[in-house]
Design a protein. Structure first.
Length: 119
């Protein structure tokens, strides 16, 4: 089962920055550009929530809580998407998951990477 691989999580103090990466397997190279690519997060005791998306045309969408602080981007040649997170807050703590959604609605997920922000 092909799987996305996240990296870049860690512990940081409030106000700091982290950059998450998510690499897709070579097996989905043919559909990489057409997939919508998303970052979700799940805080302890809470539901998984959508943080940021980037669509086929490069259009982006952000949750209100991260607007202006987080930036999602992609590098099609590397089959990789990124989430640059600045001005981190303790409430940004959680496991961050990479997701690809095909135009037909099929989902592919990574196993997640932990982000811990201390005050």
């Amino acid at each position: 089962q092909p799987q996305l691989v996240e990296s870049g999580g860690g512990s940081v103090q409030a106000g700091g920055s982290l950059r998450l990466s998510c690499k897709a397997p070579r097996t989905i190279l043919s559909v990489f550009t057409s997939n919508t690519k998303n970052w979700y997060r799940q805080a302890p005791g809470k539901e998984r929530e959508l943080v940021a998306s980037i669509g086929y045309g490069g259009n982006t969408h952000y949750a209100d809580a991260v607007q202006g602080r987080f930036t999602i981007s992609r590098d099609n040649t590397k089959r990789t998407i990124y989430l640059q997170m600045n001005s981190l807050k303790p409430e940004d703590t959680g496991v961050y998951y990479c997701n690809h959604r095909s135009p037909s609605g099929d989902d592919m997920w990574g196993r997640g990477t932990l982000v811990a922000v201390s005050s």
